[in-house]
Ligand binder design. Structure first.
Ligand code: NAD
Length: 407
């Protein structure tokens, strides 16, 4: 299977085929500005020493400081982080915020660490990288398996090492540590604003049946938002299994089951199915909200959704994009659909720099304006170019980055 970075470069080539960019610009964009690998020693609770591999990829900062989350996952490696950093550069350009693209990670299964070990690892990540991050250099944030509490440890460690206690070095912090109102739900909220802006244009009904893959930060909040707006969640999943109920699932009740049992699987009142079966369920809207490479050449034919909205990064491979486009199934791409997270992260950075604290209503009003504007712009561009929404979003972002680079 191609690596996520190969997949990202294939997407770049697809966009270039529709709207040609200068070769010199593309050559620069195919290489991250800086890739850093660090070894992070952690004294384990049993007295032994473990060394974890950590990463920061600073892809492009033409439009502002590098910006992007830190992923803790046993399968994360520099190739994955590189792809995620590339997508961040494009995503920040899509929503036109003054940020470049970066991403970080640690190869670790955080569920196997105690809280003390996790704190030491997180502080160690900052000790290894504090010289290259900072409010005007590179502003990390949460991603898969990294929480507001981890962001607070990291912000605290950076303050101790540098004396900069503004908190603007890292976003996604708890409110008490300088976090922004609305950051926890921002990714799902931004995706929901995009959905509302495009629903009719995508030919979707006023009340949709929705399937969500992944029931973490992005997926769980999405389930709640869509239900609150009168849509029906018919399928949900996490890494351990999937559930389906055509009559509709109540996300809060499923969450209580997941908290008690460690998974949505086995939820009473729903049939437990596999994640492959979940993706193939008939529905109006499929929301991948887990990991990359979920909709691929080998399973794309099974997709029965009328439209897909990507809250996860990179869930659809370029081969699957081609097949979906040929079948008329619109994919609202990650770099637009999940950009609410980085947008509110940027609001957090702005509030920290100015010593302000905005209300949730202000945060969401600003977020909605941005998501509506860029969703409509991308839809119009795609229609004009007779292409898919991903290529239109890439073209919009690439034009903005190229202008900032003066190329
Ligand atoms: P999370 O760790 O909170 O949740 C991930 C969820 O996916 C969990 O429920 C996990 O069980 C599930 N999962 C993992 N592997 C799976 C599999 N093979 N099949 C089904 N489910 C699986 O992470 P998150 O923050 O919700 O991030 C999810 C996705 O959204 C990632 O691609 C991330 O990069 C993207 N994203 C998140 C944010 C954010 O603000 N949290 C912002 C932008 C993009």
């Amino acid at each position: 299977m191609p690596t996520p970075f190969e997949h990202a470069m294939h997407q770049l080539a697809r966009a270039h085929a529709v709207h040609a960019f200068p070769e010199a610009f593309l050559t620069v964009l195919k290489h991250p500005k800086r890739q850093i690998r660090v070894a992070i020693p952690v004294k384990m609770d049993d007295g032994t020493l473990s060394v974890f591999e950590g990463y920061r990829v600073q892809y492009n900062n033409a439009r502002g400081p590098f910006k992007g989350g830190i992923r803790y996952h046993q399968d994360t490696d520099i190739e994955e982080v590189k792809a995620l950093a590339f997508w961040m550069a494009l995503k920040c350009a899509v929503v036109n915020i003054p940020m470049g693209g970066g991403k970080g990670g640690v190869t670790v299964n955080p569920k196997e660490l105690s809280k003390r070990e996790l704190e030491e690892l997180s502080r160690g990540w900052v000790r290894s990288l504090y010289e290259v991050i900072g409010p005007q250099k590179d502003v990390p944030a949460p991603d898969v398996n990294t929480t507001p509490e981890i962001m607070a440890w990291m912000s605290d460690e950076f303050g101790k090492l540098t004396g900069d206690t503004s908190g603007a070095v890292i976003t996604g912090k708890p409110i008490a540590n300088g976090g922004s109102e609305g950051r926890g739900t921002a990714t799902a909220q931004g995706g929901f604003y995009v959905f509302e802006a495009l629903r009719e244009k995508l030919g979707l009904p006023a009340s949709c049946s929705v399937v969500i893959q992944g029931f973490g930060n992005a997926g769980e909040h999405a389930a709640e938002l869509w239900v609150k707006a009168g849509h029906k969640i018919v399928g949900l999943s996490d890494s351990k299994g999937a559930i389906v109920n055509e009559a509709g699932l109540d996300p809060q009740v499923v969450l209580a089951h997941k908290k008690a049992n460690g998974s949505v699987a086995g939820f009473p009142g729903a049939r437990t199915i596999t994640n492959d079966e979940l993706l193939a369920l008939p529905c109006d809207l499929l929301i991948p909200a887990a990991l990359e490479n979920q909709i691929r050449a080998d399973n794309v034919a099974t997709i029965q959704a009328k439209a897909i909205l990507e809250l996860a990064n990179g869930p659809t491979t370029p081969e699957a994009d081609d097949a979906l486009f040929a079948r008329g199934i619109q994919v609202v791409p990650d770099i637009l659909a999940n950009a609410g997270g980085v947008t509110v992260s940027t609001f957090e950075w702005e509030q920290n720099l100015r010593g302000e604290h905005w209300s949730e209503a202000d945060v969401f009003a600003k977020l909605k304006t941005i998501m509506d504007r860029e969703a409509n712009e991308i839809f119009t561009k795609a229609a004009g170019l007779k292409t898919d929404l991903r290529r239109a979003a890439f073209i919009l972002a690439l034009e903005r980055i190229r202008q900032a680079m003066g190329m």
